[in-house]
Ligand binder design. Sequence first.
Ligand SMILES: NC(=O)c1ccc[n+]([C@@H]2O[C@H](COP(=O)([O-])OP(=O)(O)OC[C@H]3O[C@@H](n4cnc5c(N)ncnc54)[C@H](OP(=O)(O)O)[C@@H]3O)[C@@H](O)[C@H]2O)c1
Length: 336
Amino acid sequence: MSLQTILPGRLGFGTAPLGNMFRAIPDEDARATVEAAWDQGIRYYDTAPFYGAGLAEERLGQVLSGKPRDSYVLSSKVGRVILDEHETETPDFGEKGGLFEHGNPNKVLHEWTADATERSIEGSLRRLGVDRLDIVWVHDIAQDFHGDAWIQKFEEARTGAFRVLSRLRDEGVIKAWGLGVNKTEPIELTLALDEPQPDGFLLAGRYTLLDHAHALQRLLPLAQEQGVDMVVGGPYSSGVLAGGTNFEYQQAPPEIVERVRKLTELTDKHGISIKAAALQFSLAHPASAAVIPGATRPSRIAEDTAALAENVPTAFWSDLRAGGLVSPAAPLPQGA
Ligand SMILES: NC(=O)c1ccc[n+]([C@@H]2O[C@H](COP(=O)([O-])OP(=O)(O)OC[C@H]3O[C@@H](n4cnc5c(N)ncnc54)[C@H](OP(=O)(O)O)[C@@H]3O)[C@@H](O)[C@H]2O)c1
């Protein structure tokens, strides 16, 4: 089923930061943030076992399990099974470093086999306190987590998770499945397979104001050709496009800070917020079904909903294009 048919609106909420990414977030702040999302009318929530070794799912579930299940859409991910046993050493997530060092202490089994996929979904349902997921993403079978060994992980998922999720989708247990990754290559590879195809994909950080040229080259034309749509994750490139200091989950390097400065100069000139430019840019591609910024403070949610509704003048988009701040191939709102 196409994502555009399933998703209830174009703004969702991403819960990676609620897994104590970067810092330990008080439970009451996490709860208030999810409640703010609900109160602002957001009805699509994305989470994953990986986000704080189950912590983000638990926190999201505390709010959502009290809501009628048919009134919202929920996605989680497979590829990491959360064990009861606790970690004794600091886990190594490759270039993602100690991303969730403040999360739950449980050991995480990284596995994309059929058996692990079923166990992962069971664990998610238990932590979330719900009886079903609507969308399941195959999480992080990509180079950023596995280096060159990502191809082996991909193969494990192709013969494991992909088949289980296709079956669950065909049986109507879930509505859709796809890949949830920070890289375009695994999605391109999946779309080229002569096998049951995913319904869509969650592409994080690769269709933002700061990084989109690569996705426009092969992935998005292929996706459009096949009628497969995208949820845009990490629309603020993990914070720097929203007034934060992180880019790609690390301190933003000087060249990124400089590009954000130029973008902010332009948004200031047109009297708009950088959040409006970031979210509306990510949604302007015809393959974009929704955008899912993350947050750990309730005030962010009001900013995000306002940013989506903000009236951005066509002249801003024209200036953005003329200033070489976006790829010439990027579709812009209002056909600018
Ligand atoms: N592989 C995958 O499938 C994958 C990968 C990445 C992301 N995702 C999904 O996409 C979602 C969004 O990505 P993300 O949460 O990593 O990054 P993001 O949405 O690009 O940025 C979120 C960050 O922006 C910060 N922010 C928002 N408003 C701000 C403001 N006014 N001033 C300063 N900072 C501000 C938030 O800070 P605060 O915490 O202070 O509110 C938060 O940490 C995730 O939560 C996840 O659901 C999926």
